[in-house]
Ligand binder design. Structure first.
Ligand code: FHN
Length: 477
């Protein structure tokens, strides 16, 4: 049994070395390690499979509309639109009073959905803080609602056994020292220094206030002004990690000294996991560089904060499930975004996705939680492979018309001995279909023709049949 894992690990290592053409320039602020983190915190994160993102802030009040007009961008960016005056937006907090907020209800729904970690927007690009920060007046404490929202969310999700990561935007339109281009004058420089001091203080404040938080999810770090601060940002990262051993930070926090983001000048991942997969998934393991990654995904096209009127296609739970299974089969996690309305209600479309996904995960979650990608086995048209504890999982999205799920296992793999459906609704037959020309062993799992499923279904394949050593005599060509 160990053998099949060994083969998979060797294949994964080959992927890691093949995708990034590494150089080895000496860097002061590049990656802090080569290869994945191996500690328990990161192992835990890696096994989460499914996460929830929540974008919430005063932008939920306009909900993507102002003065009878609809803003075409993402609802949380409405302040940047000339259809809504800045001073109107900047006073919205005076009416932010989400009386319906029930963080325990959100957290319970997330647990039932099968979510293992959540990312919550403490402040988005507008700078409005959902916690009572001591470093600005632009916070929830000065809204009619007054109460600490970050604290309620952290407590409620932690109580449900869901890990909390805090989203924090480096862009802060509310701070007078914030700028996107590097400072040119001494005054601009002094103001930016104040902004840096403020940013550091807020991050320390968040970690001090919320001790159960396991990660920081940075955003808005693409400004040249921030990129040029590589040395300072790197030292801030060390400081934050020293405060919270095991803290998880993705690749959107800092650049190296040459301005390279996500992957440093040598091609090595900066920080703990790749955050470049936004609203897009890799198609094959080779594109993942063999690193940890997650993909954050919206239900409608590109709306994170609440948009009153969703236009265009909204992903079905089935589509989200396929993205989730695909992500795990390629070594990543999927983080599904929710954008509650101004009162704190989760919208019906999101609740529907949560309950459909949750029902499926309850039956089939074994194929995903803690599962690993399967390298070296050719993907088949029926769906996706994952692997855990010596078992191979086949999640079938496209059921073959003859009900035969075909598998090609390379030589050297153990031989499977049985197969079962995780939903237990029918028996399957494991059929030895010989070898192909390359001497891969062919297997078929036959699903009864009267087995009905309107959802993707999972087959669990058990091994123990010994190593497949047989050779097929090739005809000469
Ligand atoms: O500009 C933001 C956007 O509003 C949203 O928060 C997403 C989530 O990953 N991040 C930025 C765009 O990458």
């Amino acid at each position: 049994m160990k053998k099949i894992f060994l083969i998979a690990i060797i294949a994964l290592a080959a992927i890691a070395t093949q995708a990034q053409q590494r150089t080895s320039v000496a860097l002061k602020h590049g990656a802090h390690r080569i290869g994945k983190r191996t500690d328990a915190e990161m192992e835990r994160w890696r096994g989460h499979a499914l996460g929830q993102f929540i974008h919430w802030g005063v932008y939920a009040i306009p909900g993507g509309e102002w003065d009878g007009k609809q803003y075409n961008g993402a609802a949380e960016w409405i302040r940047s639109w000339n259809g809504m005056p800045n001073d109107v937006y900047d006073n919205l907090y005076k009416q932010f009073d989400p009386k319906k907020l029930d963080a325990k209800k959100w957290a319970k729904q997330a647990r039932e959905m099968g979510v293992k970690y959540m990312v919550f927007t403490t402040k988005h690009h507008d700078g409005f803080c959902l916690w009572p920060s001591a470093y600005t007046d632009y916070t929830i404490a000065n809204s009619p609602y007054k109460k600490d929202i970050v604290g309620q969310v952290v407590d409620a999700y932690t109580a449900e056994g869901i890990d909390v990561h805090l989203y924090f935007s480096i862009i802060d339109w509310s701070h007078k020292g914030y700028r996107s281009a590097p400072a040119k004058t001494p005054e601009e420089r002094a103001a930016y220094e104040e902004f840096k001091t403020f940013t550091r203080a807020q991050l320390i404040e968040l970690l001090e206030r919320y001790p159960s938080v396991r990660g920081l999810w940075f955003d808005g770090s693409w400004d040249k002004a921030w990129i040029e601060e590589a040395a300072w940002v790197d030292s801030l990262g060390y400081e934050l990690r020293a405060m919270r051993p095991g803290l998880i930070i993705g690749s959107r926090f800092r650049a190296d000294e040459n301005g390279k983001r996500h992957y440093d000048t040598n091609g090595d991942l900066i920080d703990d996991y790749d955050q470049t997969w936004e609203r897009a998934l890799p198609d094959e393991l080779g594109q993942t560089n063999g690193v940890d990654w997650d993909c954050c995904m919206t239900l409608p096209e590109n709306q994170w904060g609440y948009q009153r009127d969703w236009r265009g296609h909204v992903k079905t739970p089935y589509e989200l499930l396929e993205m989730l299974v695909k992500a795990v089969s390629l070594g990543g996690n999927l983080v599904v975004n929710f954008g509650p309305d101004e009162m704190g209600n989760i919208r019906p479309e999101e609740s529907h996705a949560a309950s459909e996904m949750g029902a499926w995960m309850k039956v089939n979650g074994d194929a995903l939680y803690g599962a690993e990608p399967v390298a070296g086995v050719k993907k088949q048209g029926w769906g996706y492979y994952t692997m855990k504890d010596g078992k191979l999982y086949l999640t079938v999205f496209n059921r073959p018309i003859d009900n035969r799920i075909r598998i090609e296992l390379p030589r050297g793999w153990d031989m499977p001995v049985s197969a079962r459906l995780l939903d237990g609704k029918a028996d399957t037959e494991l059929y030895d279909a010989g070898r192909n020309k390359a001497n891969d062993r062919l297997w078929q799992v036959v699903v009864p023709s009267d087995y009905r499923s309107d959802k993707p279904f999972v087959i669990e394949l058990m091994f123990g049949g010994g190593k497949d050593t047989g050779e097929y005599d090739q005809a000469k060509i």
